[in-house]
Design a binder for this molecule. Sequence first.
Ligand SMILES: [Zn+2]
Length: 148
Amino acid sequence: MTDGSKIAKSDAQWQAELDDETYRITRQHGTERPFTGRYHDSKTPGTYLCVCCGTPLFSSQTKYDSGSGWPSFYQPVAGEAVAEIRDMSLGMVRTEVLCARCDAHLGHVFEDGPAPTGLRYCINSASLTLAAADGQGEGGQGEGERGA
Ligand SMILES: [Zn+2]
């Protein structure tokens, strides 16, 4: 689906393509308020894609309930899918997680996650779009509990 090539668009291009909240979070390193995102509580099986470029980033199989109010995963679908850089903003040292392909800001990774990785990828819902495993796409959460 993707050829892995880097996507480089100007801020103006992204702003034209994304809604205001998505643009603010993914391109301006924003953070959605906890418990407000569309996926923090979702248990729908599927793959979470980068909302900006469609690259698969996280699987519902590695999603867990961290109680933080943001979607939390213990590992990405592939190590090369995400980029991690040191973030010194807000007087804290954190590790920022970016889409490796388009540099969308996704969230942060912390070292208080569950086994097997011990990592907690704390990701904004606004940075993700869920491709449901049963092909319903977004909005299929109402009856999405079957299977699994
Ligand atoms: Zn991306």
